[in-house]
Design a protein around this ligand. Structure first.
Ligand code: ATP
Length: 434
């Protein structure tokens, strides 16, 4: 956040007034359709059932319905403009008659029983708790299901304190909680996760320009941090599938080992959110434009990323095993900016003053960089351990170091080594990590 003068940071509350979630539409709309297998009681999110059975079965189910002329016409109509298989399935499920017929054709992924599901029920994903000592309905509050609303309700607070002018953004990293029906795929879908969201406030007439700008910039962000470009793609939301608050929306997707999945959404949220908070709080959310002397509710372009989910994408993307001199080397090829340890420091052997010099180097670097001291085992094994942890640089203190104060710096990916004067290490590393 310090990179941009037009974006301020915020750490808003996790528990907010319940009216915030009425205004945002979450109390009413933040639901998933849930079904249970009557036989084994396994519970599913209806729209993900298509993912859980293999493609062949899904196609077979749709084909079976095509023999029913009335349903065939309906299905043709629903799917006319939809290319992608997964989306087709979701669109079909939105129609009650088709969904009921389809459910009869699908089998439970757990016990295999065919067509024995309860009708879909709406399930609100917000975790509820109570404010104060009495557990009564009027005291219900929610754990935030997204960080964004904390930004909206603090918009004028931040704007006034920071004296920012449009266009500008407010960004926040923090925990979000969703009572997901099924958690799966490690960090991909959890009930407690980390989000990093930014809301960029613009003049209504500039919305398209800024939406396109952030769409491009956010994809670049993943590329610049070393993610494989072929494993990233945009998925534009078709106009008739947009969320209730969005005028335009796109997902950035990553190709995980289990298939393509959203890691970030970019949305043109118009003046919906500030408009709703204005309505529900009775407090004006208008911005005063000094140049034009006009007062208006700004439009918002949102970039909404999962920090934990995209971290998993970075992990998956970085992991590799390769042959080096007949041995398998495991490397976490993380971009140096993402590597948890920036440099490791090794005394070649534990004698002759090498540990002391290595400890001194560690102490000099530690205030600026996360470093790690390791004197256990052969130096080759220490390199391998650091390769696995993704550490981009390993510094070794050897006999020559004691004579001329130089050390070797070994780079993780190329495995090349350079001799550097120990006094210049900090500058050298900071340059490389930039
Ligand atoms: P999905 O369709 O996968 O449930 P979503 O469209 O509901 O995701 P958003 O509400 O747009 O997701 O949330 C923004 C980002 O937060 C997502 O792109 C994702 O990276 C992350 N995210 C959402 N839900 C979860 C979760 N249960 N676990 C981990 N990350 C999540």
């Amino acid at each position: 956040m310090t990179y941009r003068e037009d974006v301020e940071g915020l750490d808003a509350s996790i528990l907010m007034h319940p009216r915030v979630w009425q205004a945002s539409g979450h109390v009413e709309n933040f639901t998933d359709p849930m079904i249970d297998c009557k036989q084994c009681k396994a519970r599913y999110r209806l729209d993900t059932l298509g993912e859980q059975i293999n493609d062949k079965k899904r196609k077979k189910a749709v084909m079976a319905l095509l023999e029913n002329e009335e349903l065939k016409t309906k299905i043709d109509k629903i799917t006319a403009d939809i290319e992608d298989n997964g989306e087709k399935f979701e669109a079909l499920l939105e129609d009650e008659v088709v969904s009921e017929a389809l459910l009869k054709e699908l089998s439970c992924p757990n016990c295999g029983t065919k067509g024995e599901f309860t009708p879909p029920r709406s399930f609100n994903l917000m975790f509820k708790t109570f404010l104060g000592p009495v557990d009564k309905e009027g005291n219900v509050i929610y754990l935030r299901p997204e960080t964004a609303q904390g930004i909206f309700v603090n918009f004028l607070n931040v704007q006034g304190a920071s004296r920012q002018k449009l266009p500008f953004g407010i960004a926040q990293i923090g925990k979000a909680f969703r009572n997901e029906i099924n958690t799966k795929n490690f960090l991909f879908r959890t009930r407690e996760f980390e989000q990093m969201e930014m809301q960029f406030f613009v003049k209504p007439e500039d919305d398209k320009k800024w939406y396109d700008h952030w769409k491009e910039l956010r994809l670049e962000w993943y590329n610049n941090l070393g993610m494989t470009p072929e494993k990233l793609r945009y998925h534009d939301h078709p106009a008739d599938k947009l969320a209730h608050y969005a005028k335009e929306a796109v997902d950035i997707e990553y190709e995980f080992p289990f298939g393509w999945g959203e890691i970030e959404g970019i949305h043109n949220r118009t003046d919906f959110d500030l408009g709703r908070h204005q309505e529900y709080s009775g407090k004006s959310q208008k911005y005063f434009d000094e140049e034009s002397k006009e007062k208006f509710v700004p439009f918002i372009i949102e970039t909404s990323a999962g920090a934990s989910r995209s971290f998993m994408a970075f992990l998956v993307d970085a992991y590799r095993e390769e042959e080096v001199k007949g041995e398998t080397r495991t490397v976490l090829g993380l971009h140096p900016k993402l590597a948890p340890i920036k440099a490791a420091i090794f005394p070649l052997v534990n004698k002759d003053g090498m540990p002391e010099l290595a400890r001194k180097i560690e102490a000099d670097l530690r205030p600026y960089l996360r470093v790690f001291f390791d004197d256990k085992g052969a130096v080759g094994r220490r390199y391998r351990r650091m390769d696995e942890a993704g550490t981009p640089f390993c510094i070794t203190v050897d006999t020559q170091s004691l004579e001329d104060n130089t050390v070797t710096v070994r780079e993780r990916d190329s495995m090349n080594q350079e001799r550097i004067n120990a006094d210049n290490l900090l500058i050298y590393l900071l340059e490389k990590l930039r």
